[in-house]
Ligand binder design. Sequence first.
Ligand code: HEM
Length: 140
Amino acid sequence: MIHGELHEYTTAEVARHASTDDCWIILGEDGKQKVYDITAFLESHPGGPEVLLDLAGQDAQEEFKEVGHSKAAQDMVEQLVIGRLRTDGRRKPVKKGRVILPLAADDAADRKLGLRDTRLIGLMGLTMAVLFAYLLAPDV
Ligand code: HEM
């Protein structure tokens, strides 16, 4: 298929194809993403159908790269292309269940630490005040 003639799909359209009998994914670098119908390939995927179904209807580029797929796998992908992703200049939508969680947990830990620090500083100030009051108090 000639690249220029590929049909354009939106992320919303791709997202509607997310089941075992109708499964699309998005692959490719930002701005050059393509849409793939992987329904017929699910069962023959050497990595199993589950990993693909988890990403059904979504952008799977990051995960595809992380696995370090062979050149043969990358060539295989191109047999399944059905169109291009419509790019509207916006950032990619954040996917559900991404690595955002540990970061959020870190944030929470930071906030907790901040609160504890504030309390500690307050307590130190109070101790100093009492100490000074005691030291500076006129002798009886
Ligand atoms: C249409 C897209 C895909 C094609 C054509 C494809 C093809 C292949 C092929 C041919 C292999 C065998 C190893 C290799 O040659 O690299 C493989 C393994 C694997 N793939 Fe995919 N894959 C696709 C998408 C994905 C995605 C999105 C994931 C998401 C995590 C994934 C996860 C894996 C895993 C975990 C293995 C097993 C690696 C191993 O056992 O060493 N694949 N895939």
